[in-house]
Structure formats: structure tokens, C-alpha cells
Design a protein around this ligand. Sequence first.
Ligand code: NAD
Length: 432
Amino acid sequence: MIETATESSGMDMGSTIQKELDPLENARLQFEEAAARLKLDPTFVQIIKEPRRATIVKLPVQMDDGSFRVFTGYRVQHSIIRGPAKGGIRYHPDVNLEEVMALAAWMTWKCAVVGIPFGGGKGGIACDPPKMSKGELERLTRRYTADLIDVFGPESDVPAPDVNTNEQTMAWIMDTYSMHSRHTVTSVVTGKPLALGGSAGRREATGRGVLLVVREGAKRIGLALKGARVVVQGFGNVGSVAADLLAKEGALVVGASDVQGGITKPDGLDVPALIQHVQQKKTVVGFPGGTPIDGKKILELPCDILIPAALENQITHSNAGRIHARIIAEGANGPTTHQADKILNKAGVLVIPDILANSGGVTVSYFEWVQDRQGLFWREEEVNQRLEHIMVDSFHDVARMADEHKVSFRVAAFMLAIKRVVDAMTLRGVYA
Ligand code: NAD
């Protein structure tokens, strides 16, 4: 009897943790909590809580040794109510439909929170890029694009890079789409190389957006950025740019980590030197200007500002209570579970949610799309200035909502986003 009870409670615990770490479940809980406060028409809730379209494609690809492998690809359009579906394409062995659905929904809310005229989408292919040659990746990307040729389009669905995809991937997608269209269509993807209609400032945009919301958040809680201690988990595109810009504002970056490990220095790491080290060694590990630290412990270092900029599910119910930061700015998508969020809110931490904190990337993607369509390109200062206006205004829109309804920034950001989507749907009406 006792054994059975232990076994079943073990299973319960296992499935509870699994549920906590399920991105689709987290996205659902976040949506429902905010939607309940808005007292929406249940028909609208029913329409926007599920993706409008999910496509699964089987992609035969010839490998370098002449054999064929069949990969599975996905493209989910969560919403096109406010404009074309917008969102990245992820290449990773763990990509699956549920994850892509969660990421697509977050894109809808992210675009709405910053008020750019896009819906939300996301794509992915279950594959392991480090184990594939450039030629294999190119053939896979072109086959994926060809199979989804009727889904993608500047007016319908505009992909961008995500984990393990980059400017080169976007160039292949743009070329394949253009070959089928019989003319060059640059605005079908964003995050392209500058030479093919990319935007100045796109590479730094997400990290710059993180800096801007942290700056506004610090003002809100009366924290001076100069001398504030910052920890960054994930020293890639988003994390390293955010760290660099915060250090330029006088903050002390006291810890940084990547998948291989962490590095700390209580009086502040030399960020430009660390970036140079990472460019050469591909990791923060071994940086001579700091002390090594277990990468898993980085989140628990004493600091004022924490920037998770790696992956989903890094802050859970099991470590949330050990976090010291006063501000958490989510550079990554979904780094904090729903349970952990509750613990942090109770502790009075200002959590600037992903759909606001990392929206600088999609905002400059929007600028790229606009520039491609008008064939007129802006200087980097203009891009940065426009980005700053949108990020700062959006931060204050969310803050007002949070104050008015006495809710966390996450709930406020979701409320604002859901309201904007529902308002658009109300005006359009339901074509039933
Ligand atoms: P990236 O590949 O450039 O960097 C990711 C970093 O995280 C790397 O340093 C990697 O080593 C590290 N990392 C991976 N697993 C880790 C682990 N278990 N512990 C610690 N570090 C780990 O990717 P990126 O573009 O900087 O994206 C990071 C996150 O930001 C992702 O969640 C992505 O979806 C999100 N995001 C990126 C953008 C963008 O414009 N690049 C925009 C919005 C959101």
C-alpha cells in the first residue's frame, strides 16, 4: 500500500513538474489569467486562444553522403487579426508542435503590446544543425520554404531568425520564395543580411530593447543604473548586447553565463573584453578577467538586475525563492514558469515580461519590412530612435495598466495585448 502511494505521488510530482515546464501550458495560463480580468465575449476568447492555422510538413532532404532523410517542419499562425503572422523559425532537435504553438501565441501578444501591425506566428524544424553541413542546411531550408510557399508572403506570414537560424537562413528563404515568385521579394523575411535588404540596428535591437525597458524599470523602482549590479544568463546575441549597453550606462555586470558555464566579478566584468573572448573561444568560460562559477548558480548571484537571455524554463518554483534581483528583464522567451512568476511577484520583484522586454527584435523587424516595402533605408540612428520611442511608450502603457488594475507587469502586458487584438477583431467582425 505504502509503496503504491509513494509511487503514485512520485508520478504526480513528475507530471506536475512536467506541466510547470510545458511552454504551451504556461502560455495558456498567462492568457487565461489576463483574459479573465478583461471580461471578454467568450466567442472572441474561443477564437484567439487557439492558433488559426498549423501546418506540418514532411521534408525529404538529400544528405551529403547521398542518402535521403525526412525531417518534420512546422509553421503555426496564431493570429493574423492585426496584420501578417510574424515570428521566427527555430532549428532544434526538440522542436515540436506544442512548443511552436506556444511561441506563435507569444508573438501575437508581443506584436500587440508594442502596437506594431502584425499578428503572431512561429515555425520550426526538428533537426540538429551543429551535426549538419551548410549544404544540408541550405537544402532543408529551401525545401521547407518551397513546401510552405502558399503560407509565407509579405502580406500573410513573415518569418525571421530564431534559435539556430540566422541571416544566411533568411537569405535562402528569401531567394527560394523569390525564385517561385519570378521576382525578388525581400520583405518576405526579416533578419536578412544588410546587403539583401536587412535593417541597420537589427542585430542589436533585442538587447537594446532590453536596456530601454530596464532603464524605465529602474526609474520606476528608484534604482540608479550607474553602479547597479547586473547578471546575464546566456551571453549570445541578446545577452551580450544588453550587457554591453548596460555597462555603457555605468552598470556593473557582475556575472555572465552560457551553456558551458559562468563567470563572475563582484566589481564588474570588463564587458567589451568578455565579448572579444567569446568571439574567439565561443564561450565565457576561461575568461581571465573573472572567477569561474557554475552556470546553474548564475541566477542566484547577488544582483539588482537579472537578465535571463538563454532559453525557456530557467526560473522555476524550485529556484525562484533564491533570486535576489529587484528587476528581472526577460530577454529570452518564456524563461519564467507561471509558478515561479507568482513567487517573484509576492517577493516584490519587478518582472518585465518577455512579450515586452524582448520585443525590440520584432520591432526592428517591422522597420525592416517597412524599409523593404518602400525601398528606402534608414540610418542606424533613425532606427534606434524609433525603437526607443516604441519601447519607452510600451513600457509606460504596461505600467499604467498594471497600476490601474493592481496586477503584475506580465498580467498587464497580456491584458493590453489581448485587448488590442480583441478591439481589432470587434471592428473587423467575425466572418462566420
Ligand atoms: P543565441 O544563440 O545568440 O544565444 C543564446 C545563449 O544562451 C548562448 O550564449 C548559449 O550558450 C546560452 N545558453 C543556451 N543554453 C543555456 C543554458 N542552459 N544555460 C545558460 N546559457 C545557455 O540566441 P539569442 O538570439 O541571444 O536568443 C536568446 C533568447 O532570446 C532565446 O530565448 C530567443 O528566443 C530569445 N529572443 C531572441 C531575439 C533575437 O532577436 N535574437 C528576439 C526575441 C527573443
